[in-house]
Design a protein around this ligand. Structure first.
Ligand code: C5P
Length: 274
């Protein structure tokens, strides 16, 4: 089975509190976009969960099986469902890792959704999303596969209608650790919760931005460069994005950027196209 795993952008990200379980309460809007990893997943009679063919992506290749979120997702579902079947998984990476685009989480969600079918488990999405949350805070939104407003760790989801837009995503060439940003003493954790589950007036902001700017000058440079176009950080970075209705305008903008920055022009999605 072949399936697509879309990336996400956080249109804004408010940190509204620190929790007793070590995580933070957030408010965000996840915008799914059509930059996708591609997965090839087959069921196996021998019960093994393997990456086959082995990963070709240089970063995935450095990970041991037990560190790869796709393998961990398959094992978690295998154990929770009690199936005797296994899986072969291969990911063709297009979403840069460590970029705040949710690639690893989306791959994990794609594995859960595909194996739910291939193993004939008939689990509802809600149950898959709950299992997914144990793998990562961003997995549930990809299991549901809809752009959404989110609260909690990102798992309390309300689907949201967003304007049809294009996005220029710029990767400034550094990788940012999510954990590093969330444990930073200088991170503000007291943004007031919104009254309604919608994009806030003025679009909101990303509370992680000052921390990431300070620690990663390359990200600050990308944000400054695209500030006139309203650039914002996605998640804990490192990617920076600009939204616009006009695809051509974004292409012109991308053409003027430093060559060492990888850039993507993508379309916003209301639903994941698998
Ligand atoms: O859930 P995920 O694997 O994305 O989280 C990575 C790290 O980011 C967690 O270990 C935690 O330190 C931090 N985090 C957090 N609050 C969240 C999401 C992530 O503190 N809502």
């Amino acid at each position: 089975m072949r399936c697509l795993a879309p990336a996400k952008l956080n249109l804004f990200l408010h940190v509204t509190g620190r929790r007793s379980d070590g995580f933070h309460d957030l408010e965000t809007v996840f915008q799914l976009v059509d930059l996708c990893d591609e997965l090839q997943i087959e069921s196996r009679e021998d019960g093994r969960i393997v990456r086959d063919p082995p990963p070709t992506d240089p970063l995935l290749a450095t990970l041991a099986d037990e560190e790869d979120l796709t393998v961990r997702a398959a094992r978690a579902l295998q154990q929770a469902s009690g199936t005797r079947l296994g899986a072969s998984i291969h990911v063709t990476k297009r979403i840069p890792a460590g970029g705040g685009l949710g690639g690893g989480s989306s791959d994990a969600a794609a594995v859960l959704l595909s194996l739910n079918e291939l193993w004939s488990l008939h689990w509802p999405r809600e149950k898959l999303a709950e299992l997914g949350l144990a793998l990562g805070s961003d997995v549930p939104v990809f299991v549901h596969g809809r752009s959404a407003f989110a609260r909690g760790r990102g798992e309390q989801l309300t689907p949201i209608n967003l304007p049809a837009r294009w996005f220029l995503i710029v990767h400034p060439g550094v990788s940012v650790s999510t954990r590093e940003v969330f444990i930073a003493p200088e991170l503000t954790r007291d943004t007031a919760p919104l009254r309604i589950a919608a994009l806030p007036p003025g679009g909101g902001r990303n509370d992680c931005e000052p921390v990431v700017r300070q620690r990663h000058p390359q990200v600050a440079e990308a944000l400054d460069r695209l500030a006139p176009q309203g650039a914002r950080l996605t998640g804990t970075g490192a990617c920076v994005f600009v939204a616009h209705e006009d695809e051509q305008l974004l292409r012109q903008l991308a053409a003027c950027l430093p060559r060492q920055w990888q850039s993507f022009i993508v379309r916003g999605l209301a639903r994941a196209e698998r």
